[in-house]
Design a protein around this ligand. Structure first.
Ligand SMILES: Cc1cc2nc3c(=O)[nH]c(=O)nc-3n(C[C@H](O)[C@H](O)[C@H](O)COP(=O)(O)OP(=O)(O)OC[C@H]3O[C@@H](n4cnc5c(N)ncnc54)[C@H](O)[C@@H]3O)c2cc1C
Length: 390
């Protein structure tokens, strides 16, 4: 039976993280305006706060790939700021990819690194089966050649999980993921993007030219190309079942920040958000705000469901897409709605609301756009194959 009720301990974890997030938020504008500076790994004030590991001490479920509490933790951190954290204790998207598809030995060996994930190429985004980057086995090394763009944490990361094909004629079955550490000859960071939002997060472009990596850097160590067209690809796609709920939770953290900001300012203006009493007693602005809150809660429930299924070891492919699509659209509507409620204050750079509005846009882009999620959902609901609906 699904139960999303939080224990007293879980609540304390979230409260502890939100207190830290408020401190991190003080740095949010600075790093938004100074896009090419990295927020430090640890803020000066961090020593006054317990770390996430300390907050979670004694818990037995810390190794679960994703969990409801995990999603709340992500949202609590991004409630402060998307990129600025008190401490960077956990890695990037590549770490989730490693956990999803790596062998236990690989996870043990590389989990301490901050890992980016590079799938997108100049000619390949929404359809990862179009990956052109090649990997050729030469003796005991893989030789990588190709280009990757829009790699989140691409400059800062210690390494990257990169998708490449062993055989282009094998289609998606030939695609595998590899770990490449920074400093490997032939692996170059060529460019850092300037962006609309999430500007404190670096987004890089990579070139791999005759880049040699050890044979054991193939994630999952399955070298053979499966006969079934989607066998190996399905394995690498498992990553998304873990990362999509996390991306959705990132957006929810920012949307909650926007709602809290708006509620506070309405209160200062003498407008209290009250519940109950029916719609006829509510002013237009209160009714609008409550709708935005309800949207946020609905999106959150879809995230928790996808995470809960994963934690239970059950398939969550469709649910991961449902929560990503739902949250991606919801957070845009919520932040835009908050701006409309507050008027000029909503777009002033004296406040962070306009930044949250820009930052949430990513929720509906990376790890598959909203259109792609809706296509996956339709395939799941109506039992279409990839060939029938693409
Ligand atoms: C800030 C940022 C960070 C990113 N970080 C990463 C990262 O860390 N790693 C990584 O690998 N990638 C990353 N990306 C890339 C991101 O995942 C891609 O931009 C995204 O998957 C879309 O691919 P595309 O840009 O090639 O667009 P396209 O695939 O060219 O799509 C263009 C538009 O067409 C729509 N579309 C495409 N196919 C269909 C279809 N079949 N039906 C209906 N509509 C369709 C899409 O929804 C989109 O609106 C990042 C992007 C950004 C902006």
């Amino acid at each position: 039976m699904i139960n999303f009720e939080l224990s007293e301990n879980d609540r304390k974890v979230i409260e502890g993280l939100r207190a830290q997030a408020l401190v991190a938020r003080q740095y949010a504008r600075y790093y938004d305006e100074n896009e090419h500076e990295f927020p430090p790994d640890e803020l000066e004030e961090a020593k006054n706060f317990p770390s996430l590991s300390e907050l979670l001490e004694g818990r037995t479920d810390q190794d679960t790939p994703i969990s409801v509490l995990g999603m709340l933790i992500v949202a609590a951190q991004t409630w402060g700021d998307y990129s600025v954290r008190m401490r960077r204790e956990r890695g990037g998207l590549g770490n989730a990819a490693l956990r999803a598809a790596g062998t236990p030995e690989q996870i043990e060996k590389w989990q301490g690194l901050i890992l980016a994930m590079a799938i997108t190429e100049p000619g390949c985004g929404s359809d990862p089966s179009m990956v052109q980057m090649s990997a050729v086995l030469d003796g005991d090394e893989w030789v990588l050649n190709g280009e990757k763009i829009f790699v989140t944490t691409g400059c800062r990361a210690d390494g990257v999980i990169v998708w490449a094909t062993l055989d282009k004629s094998a289609g998606r079955a030939g695609i595998k993921s590899f770990l490449v550490e920074k400093g490997t000859p032939g692996f170059v960071v060529t460019h850092k993007e300037k962006k609309l939002g999430i500007r404190a997060d670096d987004t890089a472009a990579y070139v791999f030219k005759d880049c040699r990596i050890p044979r054991e850097n193939l994630i999952g160590l399955q070298e053979e190309i499966p006969k079934h067209s989607s066998g190996g690809f399905r394995n690498v796609m498992k990553t998304f079942n873990m990362t999509r709920p996390g991306v959705a939770a990132i957006g929810i953290g920012m949307a909650e920040a926007a709602l809290d900001f708006t509620r506070d300012h309405l209160r200062d203006a003498g407008i209290e958000i009250e519940y109950g009493g029916g719609i006829h007693g509510a002013s237009a602005v209160v009714e609008r705000f409550r709708r935005l809150e309800a949207l946020c809660e609905a999106a959150q429930l879809t995230i928790w469901r996808a995470a809960w299924l994963s934690g239970e070891g059950q398939p969550n492919n469709m649910e991961a897409s449902v929560c990503k699509a739902k949250a991606g659209a919801a957070v845009r509507e919520i932040t835009q709605g908050c701006i409309e409620i507050l008027g000029p204050m909503g777009v002033s750079r004296d406040h962070l609301l306009e930044k949250w509005f820009r930052d949430v846009r990513i929720t509906d882009i990376y790890e598959g756009t909203g259109e792609i999620q809706r296509m996956i959902i339709a395939r799941g609901l109506f039992d279409y194959t990839r060939a029938e609906l693409n």
